[in-house]
Design a protein around this ligand. Structure first.
Ligand SMILES: [Mg+2]
Length: 265
């Protein structure tokens, strides 16, 4: 998407956004990865950032008054590998891992009961799915269905959702659908909590914006309201707590370019 010279790039639902960004003394920009910075790919390790996106983020992070951070369901190591960027805060695995540049990686430790449930969930998933579709993370197990024919994917997701829900209810675990799969994870960890942790490190009166495309980003949209606004990346009109909307990864690039222009003034 290109913006004609002289016309500001508008985010649907947020006509005053650029005014707020321009007026803010301190800024925080939280970015989801898949479906926000990187278009979906069948092979999840091939989901590379939309061309030009990382270059703009690297320029944004050089501006003193703005902190930019990644918040993803992927492990921190994958985010670093896919973006080549490790000089900004990264919350990975829905907040089970947090990397602050210059500090040791903070990793959440599940309880023995939670580990037992995650082991059992992984075992159940292996019965009906191939190993490359199952991903074990610090605080979760995910079944990925990208590339699986639609009907089979929905059936497998529903089957495992039911089995995992029965396993996890007693121990603060929850089962959630995401774009391209299902995940059983520790309920206390989510993108909203990760965002809150990162925002807690920012100066008072920071204006914050969070961009995400998925059901798991709704926790972050809920958390951000005292600080700023959420922007949902979606081609249609799904129900969301985000106040703004962008259509796709190309619009996110246009958004980031405008963000950089506004904060450089
Ligand atoms: Mg996403």
């Amino acid at each position: 998407m290109t913006t004609p010279p002289g016309e500001p790039f508008l985010v649907e639902g947020l006509p005053d956004l650029w005014q707020s960004v321009g007026d803010a003394k301190h800024l925080f920009l939280g970015l989801d990865y898949d479906g926000t910075l990187a278009p979906f790919r069948t092979e999840r390790l091939e989901a590379v950032p939309f061309p030009g996106t990382i270059e703009i983020i690297q320029q944004i992070r050089m501006v003193n008054k703005c902190v930019v951070a990644f918040i993803s369901g992927r492990p921190v190591s994958e985010i670093i590998r896919l973006t080549g960027e490790s000089e900004i805060p990264i919350a990975g695995s829905h907040g089970a891992e947090i990397l602050i540049p210059g500090q040791e990686l903070i990793v959440f430790t599940p309880t023995p009961d939670q580990i037992r449930i995650l082991d059992a969930a992984e075992e159940l998933a292996r019965r009906e799915n191939s190993p490359e579709q199952i991903e074990r993370k610090v605080s979760s197990v995910a079944l990925h269905t990208r590339g699986v024919p639609e009907e089979t994917a929905r059936r497998r997701e529903q089957t495992i959702f039911k089995l995992w829900s029965e396993l996890g209810v007693a121990d603060d675990m929850e089962c959630r659908y995401f774009q391209g799969g299902v995940e059983l994870r520790i309920a206390a960890l989510n993108k909203g909590k990760a965002l809150k942790y990162l925002l807690g490190r920012q100066p008072a009166r920071t204006f914050a914006v969070y961009l995400g495309d998925d059901e798991t980003d709704e926790d972050a949209f809920r958390e951000i309201s005292p600080w700023g606004v959420g922007i949902k990346i979606a081609p249609g009109n799904p129900p969301t707590l985000a106040r703004g909307r962008l259509r796709n990864c190309a619009s996110v690039l246009a958004f980031l370019k405008t963000w950089l222009e506004v904060i450089m003034v």
